[in-house]
Design a binder for this molecule. Structure first.
Ligand code: NAD
Length: 473
């Protein structure tokens, strides 16, 4: 077991109080991290505030170079980092490697973005231009499903915009982030990036800290609402990336054999613990029987197990609380007599938070497994008849994160996509995020966006400078 330290003001430090971190594949403690509270937060925020004075004035090309250095360090250390990520998060090695390399690539790509000044007016009377200025010290709060990707999703744009950041990983998955912090600590001046760990109770201290100017949060909608409330006291800027209950719509012209495997992974990658995973799959009635059979057949060949073992394609649920929640949803489906195509039997005897791949056959629209974000390896397949009907059913949710349409008729697919109330819609693919496109939720899936110019702008204020020409002064 290793002790990990937090990054405050350029130094790796601890406070002598520790939180255990458990491997979800076997429930063994694999590391300890500092249990930080107000003192550590105050020190980290003070360091970020000091660093902000010079970092915000540092030429953007230097800030860009620092992010690119961090991107390179992540890539160089991908072998070590992805093993640690599997051990704490549970995802199979290949997917952990995908997350580490993805974090490196997304940060590198984001570093190339430019917030150019905009000329609003250039007339005989005046020159008016809008420039973007960094908001200040950012509090970043991250969940446990993609800890490294989400950390970099916040660190990179904060740094590029000229902000400094205090980042808090989830207490369930802080290890890789702290190791990463240690590796990158000299890539930028002390205080620009700080990483502190603690229980959930550290979150509200960040949200209400008087010297933090902005919160960028990824996590559940319930916590997002608390953050919005906490941030309202001093009107902190907020970006919220929250939950989803994404619908995938398969039209009757889709090739059953070709889409079955893709649909499977759109739901079961990372054991279904992805905000933009397909959580409701609507299949046209003409192909429902064939496609549901093909997905079920494919599922039977997929191995669930310890992500560190060769051949594992779906790992355990990341933590006990989430495991209990997914089990409860499965039990609810059983109690209501819904039909299971695959899975449904959780073995409580062994160690590790394993849920078998579970696929439900056409449960009703108001079933909990359909109406709620399940965030686990459980997928309901449902039958539909018309485009109008399926659009209404897909939109019948408080969430609005993403969705997908599968069809050979791209025009029809786009027409459906344009009627979905979500921030992202994929046609004939899934889970693809671009560093150059805004990613954010409609309705209760979020507030604001990450990635792209829209995402970068969220770390800045607009400032308009107007110069009167030929002024009488
Ligand atoms: P969570 O909301 O429980 O926790 C997220 C983070 O918030 C953790 O670091 C936690 O310690 C912290 N936190 C908890 N209570 C807090 C409070 N009162 N104030 C401030 N911070 C607090 O979410 P989770 O269970 O870690 O993650 C799963 C959820 O995240 C799912 O709903 C999923 O859809 C969502 N998610 C969304 C996206 C997205 O981009 N939209 C991406 C990944 C996950």
């Amino acid at each position: 077991m290793t002790d990990y330290r937090t990054l405050i003001d350029g130094e790796m430090v601890d406070n002598g109080q520790w939180l255990d971190v458990v491997n979800p594949a076997n429930e063994e403690v694999i590391g300890r991290v500092p249990a930080c509270g107000k003192d550590e937060l105050d020190r980290a925020v003070a360091a970020a505030r000091r660093a902000f004075k010079t970092w915000s004035k540092t030429p953007v090309e230097e800030r860009r170079a620092a992010i690119q250095k961090i991107s390179a360090i992540i890539k160089e250390n991908a072998d070590e980092l992805h093993r640690l990520l599997t051990a704490e998060q549970g995802k199979p090695h290949s997917q952990a490697m995908g997350e580490i390399i993805g974090a490196s690539m997304m940060a590198g790509a984001q570093s190339t973005l430019n917030l150019d000044e905009v000329v609003n007016e250039d007339s005989d009377q005046r020159l008016s231009r809008t420039r973007r200025v960094p908001v200040g010290v950012v509090g970043g709060i991250v969940p446990w499903n993609f800890p490294v990707m989400m950390a970099m999703q916040k660190i990179a744009p904060a740094m590029l915009s000229g902000c400094t950041i205090v980042l808090k990983p989830s207490p369930f998955t802080p290890l890789t982030t702290l190791r990463l912090a240690e590796l990158i600590k000299d890539a930028a001046p002390a205080g620009v990036v700080n990483v502190i760990t603690g229980e959930d109770s550290l979150g509200p201290l960040i949200t209400s800290h008087p010297d933090i100017d902005k919160i960028t949060f990824t996590g559940s909608t319930a916590t997002g609402k608390k953050i919005m409330e906490g941030a309202s006291k001093d009107l902190k800027r907020i970006t919220l990336e929250l939950g989803g209950n994404d619908a995938s719509i398969v039209l009757p012209d889709a090739d059953v054999e070709k889409v079955a495997e893709q649909l499977f992974w759109s739901s079961f990658t990372n054991a279904g613990q992805i905000c933009v995973a397909a959580k409701r799959i609507y299949i046209h009635e003409d192909i429902y029987d064939d496609l549901s059979k093909a997905i079920a057949e494919y599922a039977k060949g997929v191995k669930v197990g310890d992500g560190a073992q060769q051949g594992t394609a779906v790992g355990p649920i990341q933590n006990k609380k989430q495991f209990d929640r997914v089990c409860e949803l499965i039990q609810d489906a059983k109690d209501n007599g819904y039909n299971f195509l695959v899975g449904g039997e959780v073995d409580p005897s062994g160690s590790g938070y394993y849920v078998p791949i579970t696929i439900l056959d056409n449960p009703p629209e108001d079933a909990r497994i359909v109406a709620e974000e399940q965030f686990g390896p459980v997928m309901p397949l449902m039958k539909f008849s018309t485009d109008e009907e399926v659009i209404a059913r897909a939109n019948n949710s408080e969430y609005g994160l993403a969705g997908a349409v599968w069809t050979k008729d791209v025009e029809r697919g786009v027409k459906i996509a344009e009627q979905l109330e979500t921030g992202t819609v994929w046609i004939n693919e899934f889970l693809h995020l671009s560093p150059f496109a805004p990613f954010g939720g409609h309705k209760q899936s979020g507030f604001g966006a990450e990635y792209g110019i829209e995402g970068l702008k969220e770390f800045t204020y607009p400032q308009v400078i107007t110069v009167k020409k030929n002024a009488a002064v």
